[in-house]
Design a protein around this ligand. Structure first.
Ligand code: RIB
Ligand code: CA
Length: 305
């Protein structure tokens, strides 16, 4: 039975790659895409999500969400993802309109209407999810778990302490981590290990139209080093489909919401400060070769787009 998921996302180049897998893998049933301001403004992240749904000719609704964080001032990542958020490929422009409801309303309606618990997959800041829990706390019992890209036990990518998605809206992240809903933290600890290698990238380009599209946008991603390009958000989908390739450790995660460490996810790695209680399964290691092999196989299976 396919896993019912909703992606809350800020495409964004790595979000686009994650959406590609979520839209096409038969083991996943993507019921809804909600968008949030993050890599670029929410009008752009929404248009980018619509472009991907159209590229793959899928009938998945898109609902636009929060324009800015709960409290913190909005700061985008256009320097990494380009002004459009998804540069480098001419997508079809005959797009369906987004739903005539907010992301929070769409999330509530989809979750409550589902005959099975839904898995939430946020790959941007968690503003929409925090608003949802605040406005409709009853949805929590209808969510199987949250598999969230964000956070780090090690070095950050916005400050030495904080990762972008949590840094963008630390207040929302704190609400989500304190919600009581089971959460899998897919943080930089594994996403900076499972880089898309230069060899994988060159194979993508000549694979099929989807491979060419991903190659043409991924080569613009500013989040890279000599070992490859970070596909942060794709790790959430890899975790859902191949949890055996990822090592997790349960622990309590606190989110810092002010001061110089704002946006830090602090792990109680010894279980010493929360009476042994835990609120997250944190991804601490990944088989990066398996990730690259799976990434290429996923794209090769896609027959259209
Ligand atoms: O820190 C990486 C995260 O920030 C990813 O979700 C990427 O898309 C950016 O939003
Ligand atoms: Ca993202």
């Amino acid at each position: 039975m396919a896993i019912k998921i909703i992606m809350d996302t800020d495409p964004g180049i790595d979000d686009a790659a994650a959406l590609t897998m979520a839209l096409n893998d038969p083991a996943l049933d993507l019921k809804l895409i909600t968008t949030v301001a993050g890599n670029v403004t929410v009008d752009k992240t929404t248009k980018n999500a619509q472009k991907l749904v159209r590229f793959f000719n899928k009938d998945v609704p898109v609902a636009a969400g929060a324009e800015q964080p709960l409290i913190k001032e909005f700061e985008d990542a256009a320097r990494i993802h380009g002004e459009s958020g998804m540069p480098g490929y001419d997508f079809p422009e005959d797009l369906k309109a987004p739903l005539n409801k907010t992301a929070v309303e769409a999330l509530h309606d989809e979750i409550m209407a589902s005959d099975e618990k839904i898995t939430l997959v946020p790959t941007g800041s968690y503003t929409n999810i925090a608003l949802l829990f605040s406005e409709y706390p009853e949805v929590k019992n209808h969510i199987d778990r949250i598999v969230a890209m964000g956070g780090t036990l090690g070095k950050g990518n916005m400050t030495s302490a904080a990762e972008f998605n949590v840094f963008t809206d630390p207040d929302a992240a704190k609400i989500v981590y304190q919600s009581g809903v089971p959460i899998v933290m897919v943080g930089l600890d594994i996403t900076m290990k499972a880089l898309l290698t230069p060899d994988s990238l060159s194979k993508l380009e000549h694979m099929n139209e989807t491979g060419k599209m991903l190659h043409d946008i991924i080569i613009n991603d500013g989040d890279n080093n000599e070992n490859g390009i970070a596909m942060h958000d794709v790790n959430t989908i890899f975790y859902l489909l191949h949890p055996e390739a990822i090592t997790t450790k349960d622990m309590w995660i606190d989110v810092i919401t002010d001061g110089p460490a704002i946006g830090e996810t602090v792990g109680d790695i010894r279980g010493a400060y929360h009476d042994g209680k835990t609120n997250a399964s944190v991804c601490v290691d990944i088989d990066d070769e398996a990730f690259n092999k799976w990434f290429l196989e996923e794209v090769e299976k896609i027959k259209q787009g």
